[in-house]
Design a protein around this ligand. Structure first.
Ligand SMILES: *Cc1c(COP(=O)(O)O)cnc(C)c1O
Length: 412
């Protein structure tokens, strides 16, 4: 594979025009869109409109949509949820945008626990993204009877049993990029009488999903990673329509009330996903997420993942032939991975810093993972060819050994 070959792949890429939707700093190859998606140009304009016209001029009137166009602030959580729905294979009314992934996990766990009375075990895996374990244990500390059992990833399936109330799993692992078989795990858990809660933080906008078809009970996912919603973007919460009537949020706030502006003393949950809202949503952040999700308009997750898969193959092949010191930890089989490529190396941190200094931005996950996000909307084949070339150069020259690359930052 020469640089010209990579260029030809870009020229033939049906998604090549999508890159123009993003602001990317000159000369930088950004391979960290799985941690913070790049800024869409449309977001700048939409945020300017949200601040100047909607907040500045229309003030409180922006909550409503006087002309009934559904573009009021009050409609934003459900409206943006409906926009995310096709990306995750859900119905428009099964998704709402609100709060962080961590908070939505708590709500989903509590709702699922109440829907499965008489069972008290939340089953999850060790090495899961830490917030999932922290939230699960926090939920168990306030939900009567609920206990958390975390087993090794490969032991999860056999650990599902008659006590399992909830199976909480992350679909694509944040470190290795390994993807679980959602349909099979969901079916297995449900056959044993459990409900499933999936964390889709590294899946939404990364891989094709079919939540409705696969009968998933609950899911949460991240707004600021592949969905390009901006730093700290709110997350989404999905619940299968069959649970809507009976599910309850443990955080009963007025935004989840059937009639918030009736100001009743008694809580009456709103119909559908709206009951999972809690308090006043961060509107500027919601609107930034709306622009981020809109960057997928005109394609679908099949096309996006097909390109991700080709990007992976190019990079994996280049690194395998030119950087033998690195060990690939992501699965080679596309069906078993997300949209990232991870390698292990005892000095992954220093190598990552040296790459950033060479204008290739990836990230490091302790203790030894060098991780690169593949974001097909704005990453090209030539980018990855150059990235592999610089990686080989950094390893061959030993440049990563420079003391300045060992200085640890707060965020890695
Ligand atoms: C990024 C990520 C989160 C983020 O949670 P926040 O509460 O939004 O910070 C949660 N779970 C997984 C698996 C993630 O990768």
């Amino acid at each position: 594979m020469t640089r010209d070959d990579a260029r030809s792949l870009d020229a033939a890429d049906p998604l090549r025009g999508f890159r123009d939707r993003f602001h990317l700093p000159d000369g930088v190859i950004y391979l960290d869109g799985n941690s913070l998606g790049a800024l869409p140009h449309a977001t700048r304009d939409a945020q300017a409109d949200a601040v100047t016209r909607q907040w500045g001029d229309q003030l409180i009137g922006s909550w409503n949509s006087p002309n009934g166009d559904g573009m009021g602030w009050i409609e934003a959580p459900a409206r943006i949820g409906a926009a995310i729905a096709p990306l995750i294979g859900a119905a428009a009314n099964e998704v709402i945008v609100t709060d962080s992934v961590s908070v939505n996990l708590f709500k989903a766990i509590a709702a699922a626990a109440a829907l499965n009375p008489g069972r008290f075990e939340l089953l999850t895996e060790t090495g899961n993204f830490p917030t999932d374990l922290y939230v699960a244990n926090g939920a168990a500390s306030v939900i009567a009877g609920l206990t958390v059992r975390a087993v090794a990833p490969e032991a999860v399936e056999d650990a599902i049993g008659p006590d399992t109330a909830i199976l909480l799993l992350t679909h694509v692992h944040y470190k290795s990029g390994t993807r679980r078989d959602m349909a099979a795990m969901t079916a297995r858990a449900q056959a044993a009488g459990a409900l499933v809660v999936w964390d889709l933080s590294h899946s939404a906008g990364a891989v094709p999903l079919a939540l409705s078809r696969e009968d998933v009970d609950f899911a949460v996912g991240c707004g600021y990673k592949f969905l390009n919603g901006g730093p700290g973007a709110p997350s989404f919460l999905y619940a299968a329509a069959r649970h809507h009537a009976a599910m309850r949020s443990p955080l009963q706030g007025w935004f989840g009330h059937a009639a918030p502006f009736a100001f009743d003393d008694a809580y009456e949950p709103a119909p559908g996903m709206t009951r999972m809202l809690c308090g006043t949503p961060p509107m500027l952040s919601l609107l930034a997420l709306e622009s981020g999700v809109a960057t997928f308009a005109g394609t679908d997750m099949g096309a996006v993942f097909a390109k991700s898969s080709a990007l992976f193959d190019l990079f994996a092949d280049q690194v395998a032939s030119r950087c033998p010191e690195l060990t690939l930890v992501s699965p080679r089989d596309a069906a078993c991975r997300g949209s990232q490529i991870s390698f292990s190396h005892p000095h992954a941190y220093e190598i990552c810093q040296a790459m950033i200094a060479a204008d290739v931005v990836g990230d490091f996950r302790a203790p030894d993972i060098l991780r690169f996000g593949l974001t097909p909307l704005y990453t090209g084949f030539e980018d990855l060819w150059i990235a592999a070339d610089r990686l080989a150069d950094i390893l061959d020259s030993g440049r990563w050994r420079d003391a300045r690359y060992a200085v640890k930052a707060k965020v890695t």
